[in-house]
Ligand binder design. Structure first.
Ligand SMILES: Cc1ncc(COP(=O)(O)O)c(C=O)c1O
Length: 424
């Protein structure tokens, strides 16, 4: 089955200045998107233009100050569209996902007496592990419980549910594992979390660029993701249910506004960062319209709403990425010296993103990275990815190829053939 983005790929790639060649002119396949994606040209332009023209602090009466504030508001509205959040005020910005989760864990301290527990999973990035472990170390929590992940990198919601009891205050899981590429069964987990009235937090860093997320449909309490993994600039976003953001007490300096989202934000905001994410959301909406030329972006009904066009864009991205997944999984299968960690069957493509962590028996991870780069100009990376998963596997590092929607079947072919040579 050919990908629905096939015909659009030349146009899509033209929008990413580094999709074909790196800054040194080398043609290469960029497969390190999970660490930091390629930048959308129009996002970088919006960032630059905003930084230069609207450096004046917002909230005064002069046009350049007013415009800076307007760009922040537009960026917030864009993130609300992306996540299908109820209001722009439910979107908090921060330095990174790591920083936002530290902030959230701090704000939740006041709700804890030392008897409670938090449930995470075996495949969390430490950004979503250390803050909870720290609460335990400092006596605010009794325990951090870790839900198991099976040998193929899958999280069983029933096994996770066994860890939830009436002392569970928070269940915090990755939307998709940045090592296994497995997508978490959020809907099933949601149902089990609701029974105990815990907060449900999703680290959506590795999910949003591939499938997006609908915070309303899943009834999520808090969701975080990072702009630099979504073709934008650094800076990250936390969605919180407005009543929860309102109710909780984050770190705050005295003169900053008490209203949300300002009370959660530390220092002045950067209009350029918001302009960049706004441009990315516009791009995803364009993708949705371009991929569904009959205009039926919302389950058959023609719509102008940007959030529906974004959702259509994400469906097109997922369909293309499923076809890349099929191709890579097929190329990796039945190679005895190749060990893939994560869902590896053809039928798994619905529930995974194109992230493939693997080892080649007898070849050091660093050598695999070198061979793919020297032999095929494929950019992959080896490290621990700050992930509990790598630790749980008893490994120090693992090789990861992490694809995005602008990657092509030809690039996947180059990757697979070099890998097959390596594993012969
Ligand atoms: C799943 C996941 N969560 C959290 C993070 C941390 O994001 P940030 O660098 O914005 O703190 C990453 C970064 O790799 C990630 O992949």
């Amino acid at each position: 089955v050919s990908s629905p983005l096939e015909a659009l790929l030349p146009q899509i790639r033209a929008k990413f200045p580094r999709s074909e060649r790196d800054a040194f002119g080398r043609r290469r396949a960029f497969f390190d998107n999970g660490a930091g994606a390629l930048v959308l040209g129009q996002a970088a332009q919006a960032e630059h233009e905003t930084r230069v023209n609207f450096s004046a602090e917002p909230d005064s009466i002069q046009e350049e100050s007013v415009e800076g504030g307007r760009r922040i508001a537009l960026g917030r509205a864009a993130v609300a569209d992306l996540l299908r959040a109820p209001t722009p005020e439910s979107i908090v910005s921060g330095e990174s996902t790591t920083a936002l989760l530290w902030d959230l864990s701090y704000a939740l301290r006041a709700e804890l007496s030392g008897r409670e527990n938090v449930v995470i999973t075996q495949y969390e990035h430490y950004a979503n592990a250390s803050p909870w472990i720290e609460l335990q170390t400092r006596g605010y929590l009794k325990e951090v419980r870790v839900a198991p992940v099976d040998a193929t990198g899958r999280l069983d919601p029933d096994r996770l549910a066994e860890l939830i009891d009436r002392n569970t205050r928070v269940v915090s899981v990755s939307g998709a594992s940045n090592v296994y590429g497995a997508v978490s069964p959020l809907e099933a987990i949601r149902a089990r979390v609701r029974e105990q009235e815990s907060y449900f937090v999703v680290d959506a860093v590795h999910l949003v660029p591939h499938l997006g997320i609908d915070v309303g449909r899943l009834d999520l309490d808090f969701v975080v993701f990072s702009g630099y993994k979504l073709f934008s600039t650094y800076g990250s976003f936390l969605y919180g249910k407005p009543e929860l953001l309102d109710h909780l007490t984050p770190y705050k300096v005295k003169p900053s506004p008490h209203r949300i989202p300002s009370k959660w934000e530390h220092g002045n905001r950067d209009p350029a960062m918001f302009a960049a994410i706004n441009a990315v959301v516009d791009y995803l909406a364009w993708l949705g319209s371009a991929a569904t030329p009959d205009g039926s972006t919302a389950g058959g009904a023609a719509t102008d709403a940007r959030r529906d066009r974004v959702a259509a864009g994400m469906r097109a991205i997922h369909a293309h990425e499923m076809s890349l997944c099929r191709q890579v999984l097929e190329g990796m299968s039945s190679r005895r010296r190749l060990r893939l960690f994560g869902p590896g069957e053809a039928q798994d493509v619905e529930r995974r993103v194109p992230t493939f962590s693997f080892l080649v028996d007898g070849v050091k991870p660093q050598e695999v990275v070198g061979r793919l780069w020297q032999g095929a100009s494929v950019f992959v990376r080896q490290e621990n990815f700050y992930s509990r998963a790598v630790e749980e596997l008893g490994l120090e590092t693992i090789v990861r190829a992490s694809l995005a929607h602008y990657n092509t079947a030809e690039e996947a072919t180059a990757f697979i053939s070099e890998l097959q040579k390596l594993a012969e």
